[in-house]
Design a protein around this ligand. Structure first.
Ligand code: IVH
Length: 706
């Protein structure tokens, strides 16, 4: 094993004295809890299965030696199987979206008011909604062709999931062939796979009996069962399904959400009997409360209710905002809370240099999950809540949100606890950490390390982001391996990943297969995963670069605008014009433009991009749904008053068809849609020879492409 590489966790000696053992236990419990959150809640695993198992084995060994450490609800008593990877990837025919969250009665009211405004409804037009329990399980997409189940896929990142067909076929209540009539030739049925509370309890009893670990909650049990590589194991697990929506459908089959649920039932698909259709906000609110009251007595876990606009023609008009429909929302139940002590406050340095304070907590179970750390957001937040080390605090976990500290119980404060002093130097590299303000921007709430890429924490975090699932998605190259390769000096910049074997040899280290924790098979797998990552999509690649304000969503918008990476790079050769072009993309602004321009202007970033381009073949952005639209790629300006739809709706429809919507007319404008009262913009368009159409002509133009 090369010198300086960490030994595998399992082989580490265990401490002999109780104080050290307690410290190690806290450390392991916290790392397991963090890995569980990353895995189960964020769906972005930080550790490989082997690393995770090693942490757990070490914790169990420690507890065997120091039985006093074992506690109810602790990690050794909970959670369970980490599913295997190795499923084939599947591209969904229509993306699987998420839902906007609502947290209060007024959020729910505003959600409906927004729908009314968007559709331009008059006061006497009621918006019927379907109210469904929000099942806390895993979403699944079931492709039926000619009524036969041909494929089942997990949600994954929404565009691409994992093929779990063999496992899904073991679910007894799921029809292999659709019954009844009226189903489209091709339909992606979407729903939730879950395990009932009773089945979960008996599965856990069996697991405990057999000396195996138990699952923390039904959701984890369902996830672990569904993602077993061996379908015979899944067969023994009592999974259930509720169908509640659909993706691609080759033909219309219903006019309302309610009608769709009835159709599903008629085809033999299980639907939730507790879904209802309501006609007013009063009824909706009553239903929300009724379901919340019944939450504990329901046979399965729910974490809220889902509201969906009933009329499908209205759903179509409402469309989507980024990754969520405007016609549906999830009203979450209040977060679950617990009380615990703050053991310490650590500062983590993110890939953009942000100093992120994290409270280390005495592990506590909150809503079925062990929590041992919570975000403290920033300096101001710590001061506002006056969180001190030693304090008794209330923590909450709301769904997939990172645990937070809600309040401090000042009456239980230990004597001598002092206010926390936020560091003004980076804990990773010692550079000054400042709360900068760029011209035109508000003072930053976050303190950032000024060390740039010379700061090891930033370099490592950037590398982790580069290979992460939503970026280059290199299997087998997780946080742990990135740290290992970085510490060994073989990967200190992204381009080094693609020369891994050569760099290992050049550093005089033994081949990867001989490294601790690798072996011939996993080394070969990693090398081939790296090879497969050489053809990333434009948006993924751009997201991978980790530029501030250019995350997944903005990267997609930019990729969609430029189509090819080389065109973006060319535009960025003139930073000001490039920044302005990006700022003008609908959905983006000056922050993204400025940040990307600054990134491209940095010589070391230019070198990095040049080095990456010589390793990679970046694929042009592909439009899925908009390729055939007559307005795809066109820049459109709406002016005057629209009579058939609201301005928001017209804009959203144009964007959904791949068009860009601008607010003023220029040489770049392709089309102006002018309603009554159109003035200077119309004149300007005519002057520039740009085509001007009426609202009716516009509708005719796009009809048939939606
Ligand atoms: S509808 C575009 N209905 O909640 C419509 N989702 O927070 C998308 N979920 O990923 C989903 N119960 O896994 C819908 N009755 C229900 C649901 C439900 C649970 C889950 C689903 C989705 C997540 C969004």
């Amino acid at each position: 094993m090369p010198a300086g590489l960490p030994a595998a966790e399992g082989e580490d000696a265990l401490p002999k004295d109780a104080a050290r053992a307690a410290q190690l236990w806290e450390d392991l419990a916290e790392r397991i809890a963090r890995a569980d959150i990353a895995y189960y809640q964020e769906d972005a695993p930080e550790l490989t299965d082997a690393e995770y198992d090693r942490l757990r084995r070490r914790l169990t060994a420690l507890e065997e030696r120091f039985p006093d450490l074992r506690r109810a609800g602790g990690p050794s008593q909970t959670v369970g199987a980490r599913p295997a990877s190795g499923f084939a990837k599947v591209t969904h025919l229509k993306p699987m979206l998420s839902l906007e969250n609502l947290f209060s009665q007024s959020d729910a009211e505003e959600f409906i008011a927004r729908i009314r405004r968007f559709l331009g409804l008059t006061d006497d037009e009621a918006v019927d909604l379907v109210v469904e329990p929000k099942i806390d399980g895993l979403s699944i997409s079931l492709l039926y062709e000619q009524g036969r189940l041909v494929r089942a896929a997990t949600r994954g990142d929404g565009d691409e999931g994992e093929d779990v067909t063999a496992n899904v076929r073991t679910i007894g209540e799921l029809p292999e062939t659709l019954g009844g009539s009226g189903w489209p030739d091709r339909i992606e049925i979407r729903g939730e796979i879950y395990m009932s509370k009773a089945d979960f309890a008996s599965l856990n009893a069996r697991e405990a009996e057999a000396g195996r670990k138990v699952f923390a909650n039904p959701r984890n049990a369902a996830a672990g069962s569904l993602r077993q590589l061996d379908a015979t194991i899944t067969r023994g697990r009592p999974l259930k399904l509720f169908a509640y929506t659909w993706g691609e459908a080759s033909a219309p089959f219903a006019a309302t959400q309610w009608g769709a649920l009835e159709a599903f039932r008629g085809w033999g698909l299980p639907t939730n009997p507790d879904s209802v259709r309501v006609h007013s906000f009063v009824d909706l609110w009553e239903r929300y409360q009724a379901i919340e009251r019944r939450r504990a007595s329901l046979a399965y876990d729910i974490d809220g209710v889902v509201y969906k606009v009933d009329r499908l023609d209205w759903q179509a008009r409402l469309g989507f905002v980024s990754r969520a429909p405007r016609w549906a929302a999830a009203h979450k139940f209040p977060a679950e809370r617990a009380t615990t002590r703050v053991l310490g406050i650590d500062i983590q340095v993110g890939r953009t240099g942000k100093l992120a304070p994290v409270a280390r907590l005495a592990p506590v179970t909150v809503g079925g999950v062990v929590v041992s750390n919570a975000t403290l957001h920033n300096e101001a937040e710590i001061a506002r809540k006056d969180v001190r080390i030693g304090d008794l605090v209330v923590v909450q976990r709301a769904g997939d949100v990172i645990p937070q500290i809600v309040e401090v119980d000042v009456s239980a404060r230990p004597p001598g606890a002092v206010p926390y002093v936020f560091p003004d130097v980076c804990p990773a590299c010692g550079s000054a950490a400042v709360r900068g303000a760029r011209e035109g921007e508000d003072a930053d709430v976050d303190r950032r390390c000024t060390g740039g890429l010379t700061c090891p924490a930033q370099a490592v975090e950037r590398l982790k982001h580069f290979v992460s699932r939503r970026a280059l998605d290199i299997e087998g190259l997780g946080a742990k391996q990135v740290e290992l390769f970085h510490d060994a000096g073989v990967v200190t910049a992204p381009q080094h990943i693609f020369r891994l074997a050569d760099r290992i040899a050049a550093a005089g280290l033994p081949p990867l297969a001989e490294w601790e924790g690798f072996g011939a098979v996993s080394a070969a797998n990693l090398i081939s995963a790296i090879e497969r990552a050489r053809r990333p999509g434009f948006a993924r690649f751009l997201n991978a670069l980790g530029v501030r304000h250019v995350g997944e969503t903005n990267a997609r918008l930019i990729a969609r605008h430029f189509v090819e990476f080389s065109r973006l790079a060319t535009a960025m050769e003139s930073p000001e014009a490039g920044a302005a072009e990006i700022a003008a993309i609908d959905g983006l602004g000056a922050a993204a433009g400025g940040s990307l321009a600054a990134f491209f202007a940095e010589p070391h970033n230019q070198e990095m991009i040049a080095a990456l381009l010589s390793e990679l073949d970046i694929q042009p952005f592909e439009r899925r749904e908009t390729a055939t639209s007559p307005v795809a790629d066109k820049t459109i300006v709406f002016t005057g008053s629209l009579e058939r739809t609201t301005r928001d709706e017209a804009k959203a429809r144009a964007q959904a068809l791949g068009a860009k919507v601008a607010s003023s007319v220029s040489r770049k404008t392709d089309l102006v849609v002018a309603g009554p009262g159109a003035g200077s913009k119309r004149t300007e368009a005519e002057k520039l020879g740009i085509r001007v159409v009426s609202e009716a002509e516009w509708e005719a133009m796009i009809s048939g492409s939606e």
